[in-house]
Design a binder for this molecule. Sequence first.
Ligand SMILES: C[S@@+](CC[C@H](N)C(=O)[O-])C[C@H]1O[C@@H](n2cnc3c(N)ncnc32)[C@H](O)[C@@H]1O
Length: 387
Amino acid sequence: MSIRLDALIAERIRNAGPLTAAAFMELALYHPTLGYYTRASKRTGRAGDFYTSVDVGPQFGALLAAQLDEMRRQLASPSFDLVEVAAGNGQLSRDILDASAARYPELYESLRVNLVETSPAARQVHADTLAPHKAKLEASTAALPNTVTGVIFANELLDALPTHAVTMTETGLAEIYVALDGDRLVECLGPPSTPALASYLERLDLELAPGWRGEICLSAMEWVRTAANRLNRGFMLLVDYGHTADRLYEGHHVRGTLTTFTSHLVDAASQSGEGPRGPAWLSEPGDRDITAHVDITSVCDSARKAGLDLLGVVDQSRFLLGLGAVDEPAMDHDPRAQLRHRLALKTLLVPGGLGSTHQVMFFGRGVGTPTLAGLSLSPSVQGKPSP
Ligand SMILES: C[S@@+](CC[C@H](N)C(=O)[O-])C[C@H]1O[C@@H](n2cnc3c(N)ncnc32)[C@H](O)[C@@H]1O
């Protein structure tokens, strides 16, 4: 008999009381058998629910390979670990390896690839995805390696981590929980489940008005601390959509940023609020993606506290242009392939789309403040980044 995730969640709430948004997201996305990401090797792209830069084509990986090659030269280590976290089916590392083999032979020679992905279904296809580069695949695991000399990279990891949701009331900070109204999942308010939520906001020194609602992703900060501690020498590059705290926790996002995606349709809590089906992020758990924007200020603070140097933050458009996106050659000379190539680059760069929504955060350990092509067009001076 198959169990439905919504029934299982309802049962938990009946037995143990309302769930925090983080506990709900953990079940909806990562339940060991029924979670949205657990069950499928690929959730993105045309047949999935949303597009990432990886789905646009091999161009993102090819441009990243240029950045990795520059980092490799600066690190001057005989081998160079590429630890790709949130690797999905491994396609991005495949694109990086294809481009390295063709254009950066020394990088290719030194690369040791670790794919880190919590979804067992996704891990299962890693060996096939990287088949032409079999010898380069060091490991495919759910956990970060203990020590990394090279780069830890993640595209759209932090936005997919379970987040708490809070709101400011006349009597102070309250947490948004998931409760039951009959059989229906609904939101309810209660006292914060942990003092860490209030401390988080105090550290940011932000005034929140009554009625304001937002997300606090403690698990993202925990992940950043862990990853930073595993970096022995080298770089950490995190790409995600988000804002600095002063922009995230202000008028534009007064309803928060919790959003669900299904079949490329967006259903944002901030847009739809409480509809006849209840809040969108509570519907069809296990069948929809749930995500929230990333607090870039706090990510940078967490990495710095763990001993990393913040090298810079740049939007994806400037990042890729700095790496030579304008001159990026197509792999194929067929005119239709050339056209697809140009359209793909445009999609990666376009302001208002991936080019400006996505920010690239650069951190280093034991590398000083090197000149990096990906940061060369950043408006913030290297070594003195803005967040
Ligand atoms: C939004 S998808 C991004 C996939 C891919 N990076 C891309 O850009 O197409 C997020 C992925 O992160 C994985 N994930 C979530 N938490 C993780 C963790 N702690 N470590 C590794 N992977 C994780 C999910 O299973 C999912 O495959």
